[in-house]
Each structure stands twice: as structure tokens, then as C-alpha cells.
Write a protein that binds this ligand. Sequence first.
Ligand SMILES: C[S@@+](CC[C@H](N)C(=O)[O-])C[C@H]1O[C@@H](n2cnc3c(N)ncnc32)[C@H](O)[C@@H]1O
Length: 316
Amino acid sequence: MKWHELTISTSEQTIEMITNFLHESDADGVSIEESGTLNRPRDTSLGQWYEHPLNDIPEGEAVIKGYFQEGTEIEPLIARLRVSIDGLREFGLEPGDYRITAGMVDEEDWAESWKQYFKPLRVSDRLTIKPTWETYAPAAEERIIELDPGMAFGTGTHPTTALCLRTLDEELRGGERVIDVGTGSGVLAIGACRLGARRVLALDLDPVAVSSATANVALNGLEEQVEVRYSDLLTALEADDDAVPADLIVANILAHIILSFVDDAYQALRPGGTYVVSGIYSNKEQEVEQGLTAAGFAIERIAREDDWLAFVARKR
Ligand SMILES: C[S@@+](CC[C@H](N)C(=O)[O-])C[C@H]1O[C@@H](n2cnc3c(N)ncnc32)[C@H](O)[C@@H]1O
């Protein structure tokens, strides 16, 4: 399948308006690269960050890309976008020079192009994520998650995934039953196994994620321990499922989705079991704290990276 790729090179102050415009125009995907992100100081204590060279995007500028299905009328869309950007002056913003180019890309190109930036990454004391196409010689204490995330979420570089993996490293001692809700690439499920979990049930609503996670589980030779199942949150759990009662449930989704099944998660855990939730932006901290407490959980700690949070809660 081919996709229209609309590339807008612009100033940072227009990012919000342009990304909103692309979403409202039914873009299937939007990517933003800005100089500010590239200049951000990184915590390098756990490993080397791989990213664009700093001079890829000049200071104060950004490159925004929108992806539209083949057959979309791109020219009228570009014309409307130009009117919107030029109209920013009415709000006192100076959009500056901008450039819009349109082209076609193969789904494969779009899916593959990020690979050059995905390198082995030590995410926690014991866990290292290794892309399948990289060669890497691990130290004795490192446990490797082999990964080809493809189109599914979960390379490990997103703060929410990293927060979950670090928390799993702190919580798992061996022999646990774990449920991973919203498994994406399967990165957390595989990580849990590498940390000694005896059985992991990995659930996702997205068929792309289910096939990606299934492939990654096989790549790591963990088919015996990890079952990947298509499920809307915890609805695929059976009362006599051997995944329950779980010792630990991890869910890296979004605050409002996590809150929507907090009671089911409580039910599925054994007393004293651990609930690790991430995908929570800092402005949702209180709401999630209240939801977890109302469901009966005791909040043990909150881990933070950038503006993202992960809660570690215990079933009383
Ligand atoms: C942010 S990604 C997390 C992926 C991976 N667990 C990680 O930590 O990197 C969220 C995942 O949740 C899945 N998801 C969203 N809503 C869901 C639902 N109602 N039931 C199951 N999975 C869901 C998405 O398909 C996506 O794969």
C-alpha cells in the first residue's frame, strides 16, 4: 500500500496548529521532529541515546509529517493548510517561512525508516532491548529483549515503556504470574519473562499489536511462557484462566483507559498483588491516584520521567 506523505518544514510555534490541522484532516499518522527535542538533556546513566544529529533541524524549527491514505485529495488540503498557517498572524504569531512538500511513500518505507535510530538500549539494571537487526555483546548481568516492533508501539525508548520496564525490574523476583494489558510489541511481557516471571498473559485490542507481540515472543523463544491474546482490556480473561489470580498486572495505556478497568484489575490480582500503570501524563496524576485508591489499591510509589508517570499500587 502507498501513502501520501505531507512534509511541513516550519517554525516551532506553529507545531500545535499544524498537528491539529493534520489530525482534523484525517491523517492516519503524524510525526513531529523539533530542534528543542534534539537539544533536550538526556539521562545517559543507563546507556547511549541514539537520535538525529543536532544539525538536522535548525534551532527553533520543526519538521512535521502527515500520512494520508492513497486517494486523498492532497492539493486542496495543502491549500487549506496554507490559509491556516498564514492566518496565524491574526493571532499575533509570526509563522515565518515554511515549506510544504508532498510525495508518496510505500508502507514498507514508512514502517522501516525509523529503524536506523533504534539501537540496543539498556533500560534498567538487568534489561537491555536489542533490535533484531543489530549485533550486540551483552555483559554477564544483562538480560536481552530481542525486538522488532514493526508498526506496534513499544521500542522501549518512550518514557512510559522505560518506566514500566524499570518498575518490573524492581518488582519481579521470579516465579510470578503477570498480565500485560495493551502489550503493543510485547516488550513488557518479554521483559517480565526475562526477569523470571513464570507465566505472562499479553493482551491487546489491536490486531497489528497482537501479531507483532506474537512474533516477538517467538523471536525470544518464549512461546511456552507467554500467551498473546486478542482482548478488549481484561474482557478475554476467563474465571478459570491460569493467568489469574495474577501476582502483577502492568498496563501502559492512557489514564482514562486505565481508570475504566481499575476494578477488573483489582479483581484479577491476588491479595498483595502489584498493579503497575503508566501512560499517565502529569496533569492526570491526581485523577489516577483517586481512581486507584477508590478501587482499594494502596499507592506505593510514583516513578517519573519527563512529564510521564508510572504508579506502583498494591492490592490490600
Ligand atoms: C502505549 S501502547 C503500550 C505498548 C507496550 N505495552 C509498551 O509499554 O511500550 C498501548 C497499547 O494498548 C493497546 N490498547 C489500547 N486500548 C486497548 C484496549 N481497550 N484493550 C487492549 N489493548 C488496548 C494499544 O493497541 C497499544 O498497543
